[in-house]
Write a protein that binds this ligand. Structure first.
Ligand code: G3P
Ligand code: CA
Length: 241
């Protein structure tokens, strides 16, 4: 089972920053998960929310900042003064720093992206030889469908929330044409769902495990990966699982 550090080891360091990603590498996680959004100048910034308000000293929508403006914000102090030097990075900077060191689960947050920008995501990923350890995911079916049609060799995943309702076997089979993974929220998960996902020829990374209770819920299921803020809950100090 793969251990995926959600927004990096975000239980211990500010989400989606190098501090959180470095810690995930140190802890021995298999992947870092992070979120990307389009900036005003059509770059891809690594940030979860659609505004900068919660995690920086700035205010406003990500789409109204240029990449250069975003990179000047303090994205660490909200978590702790020791992290005041942390900043928002561009997708390419994260790929450059972590390719070959850890897998990357990249979540496209925008529900619609200009075609050119989707192409630039795929091309940026393809620049690095660690391709099979990079997975592109989204809640937006049309985005991931289009991405897969352009870059069929890059693994893709569809995120599913409880409000999608029960996922039928027929629907899972239809997902198989454009994704290799169906990644449900942990509250949706039960033995039948995991069996159906596997029977459809798909894998499943489950999100987001933050409490012992949540971990207990999925612990006996044959899932393919856990997305967690606390990779160390799953990996001992000696690296044992
Ligand atoms: O990777 C799954 C998880 O990240 C989806 O939810 O809101 O944390 O991006 P969110
Ligand atoms: Ca995410």
């Amino acid at each position: 089972m793969k251990i995926i550090a959600h927004r990096g080891a975000s239980g211990y360091a500010p989400e989606n920053t190098f501090a959180a990603f470095d810690l995930a590498v140190e802890m021995g996680a298999d992947f870092i998960e992070f979120d990307i959004r389009m900036t005003k100048d059509f770059q891809l910034a690594v940030i979860h929310d659609d505004t900068v308000d919660r995690i920086t000293n700035g205010s406003g929508f990500v789409k109204d900042f240029t990449m250069s403006e975003l990179s000047q914000l303090d994205a660490g102090s909200w978590f702790g003064s020791a992290f005041s030097g942390e900043t928002i990075h561009q997708l390419e900077a994260v790929l450059t720093r972590y390719s070959g060191k850890i897998g990357m689960l990249i979540e496209i947050k925008d529900s619609a992206l200009p075609h050119d920008l989707l192409v630039s995501i795929g091309k940026a990923i393809e620049l690095f030889p660690f391709n099979s350890h990079t997975v592109v995911q989204s809640f937006h079916r049309s985005v991931i469908h289009l991405f897969n049609s352009m870059f069929p060799s890059i693994p893709t995943a569809l995120l599913v929330r409880p409000r999608f309702g029960m996922i039928s076997k027929k629907r899972l089979r239809s997902y198989k044409s454009f994704v290799g993974y169906v990644n449900p929220k942990y509250t949706l998960v039960n033995p039948n769902l995991i069996r159906a996902i596997h029977q459809a020829g798909l894998k499943s990374f489950v999100w987001t495990l933050r409490s012992k209770k949540a971990i207990e819920r999925i612990s006996k299921l044959p899932i393919d990966g856990v997305i967690t803020d606390y990779p160390d809950y799953f990996i001992g100090r000696d690296g044992r699982r």
